[in-house]
Design a protein around this ligand. Structure first.
Ligand code: AMP
Ligand code: MN
Ligand code: MN
Length: 331
């Protein structure tokens, strides 16, 4: 399949590269790495993400080439959808454009719906950037410092700095090569993890204050509202990483972070739209839980969005927690 995709990349001229809403380092790094590689091959590329690029990733070379809007009548030979378990995660605007292109789905989520005309899905890859490294190596291009920095950032962030269970030998081997090609680990770490705005610290304080633990101690829940974001002058991107505090608590098997979304116009009367992030350390498969609610992700990091009331949502999560045992084979 990799070869088929490579042939298509060589054959065609115009490419759309898109990744998921509320992008993380892997979504952004993947679009940049492959986008720059195709550009180096003389192709015409358009990089897209439906959300603004979080401040912490704005240091990445060529990141401003990732646009948040697309001309409605624009056409591409190929649409590359990267780091998305579901095509809807690139937003309606890009999905509409995909209808007129050959769609190539490259991803590592276990819940991937296998959308598109061609797929390369490796659930053992630590990041989509890992898959793209192997792909770019087979293209007639040299990985330069900008591509190396993008790949390095994708792997560093998706493995939680080489701490999550998806951390594999390739993560280290590829990152070692990327450093050899010019990626600067200290610079990347400084940008991604080194500085917090005061608002982000205040938001963390509110998140820690919102912590609730299920009666059996196995589930931790944090809740962040739009009001909290307003009061601290923060954005949705500042929530990234906060859930890890809830996951680290002793005896907790699953951590949930409920985040009230601002696109509430779409929620039915009396309900609010929430995004729920789920994390588990081992044992509980949170991708399965997220899939039950129409979302997806990985066994240990998943999410879903839902129109509901906060009371109902917390009640549902607390009920689920009753199945989290010490052995935790239940879910
Ligand atoms: P999050 O908790 O939003 O940081 O997401 C954790 C993981 O689950 C990431 O790999 C996301 O790509 C994935 N994910 C989050 N929300 C959804 C969703 N609604 N549908 C599919 N995958 C999701
Ligand atoms: Mn991602
Ligand atoms: Mn990823």
């Amino acid at each position: 399949m990799m070869q088929t995709i490579i042939n298509q990349l060589k054959r065609h001229q115009t490419f759309l590269l898109a990744s998921h809403i509320h992008p993380d380092g892997d979504a952004i790094g993947s679009v940049l790495a492959l986008g720059l590689a195709l550009k180096a091959m003389g192709k015409k590329v358009q990089l897209f993400n439906p959300s603004p690029i979080p401040m912490v990733y704005r240091f990445l070379p060529s990141v401003l080439e990732i646009k948040q809007t697309l001309a409605p009548d624009v056409r591409f030979d190929v649409a590359l959808v990267l780091d998305c378990g579901d095509i809807d995660r690139i937003g309606a605007e890009a999905v509409a454009i995909c209808k007129r292109s050959l769609v190539i789905n490259i991803d590592h989520h276990i819940t991937n719906t296998r959308f598109g005309d061609l797929q390369f899905i490796d659930v053992n890859a630590c990041a989509t950037a890992e898959i793209l490294y192997h792909l770019i190596q087979k293209l007639p291009v040299q990985i330069d410092c900008a591509m190396a920095t993008a790949i390095y950032t994708g792997i560093l962030t998706d493995t939680g700095s080489f701490r999550f269970s998806n951390t594999n030998r390739s993560a280290f081997a590829i990152c070692e090569k990327m450093i050899g090609l010019g990626a600067d680990p200290y610079q990347v770490a400084q940008h991604v993890y080194g500085t917090y705005s005061l608002g982000r610290i205040k938001l963390l304080n509110l998140a820690l204050d919102s912590l609730e633990i299920s009666p059996n101690g196995k589930l931790s829940v944090m809740t962040l509202s739009q009001r909290m974001l307003r009061e601290t002058g923060t954005q949705a991107e500042d929530i990234d990483g906060i859930i890890n505090y809830a996951r680290r608590i002793e005896d907790v098997k699953v951590a949930a972070l409920i985040h009230e979304l601002c696109d509430n116009g779409t929620a039915p009367r009396g309900k609010t739209r929430y995004h729920v992030s789920l994390r588990s350390d081992s044992g509980v498969d949170v991708a399965k839980i997220a899939a039950q609610f129409g979302g997806g992700g990985h066994a240990e990091a998943a999410g879903f969005s839902i129109d509901t009331t906060l009371t109902d949502l917390k009640k549902q999560l607390m009920q689920l927690s009753e199945a989290f045992s010490d052995a935790c084979e239940a879910v």
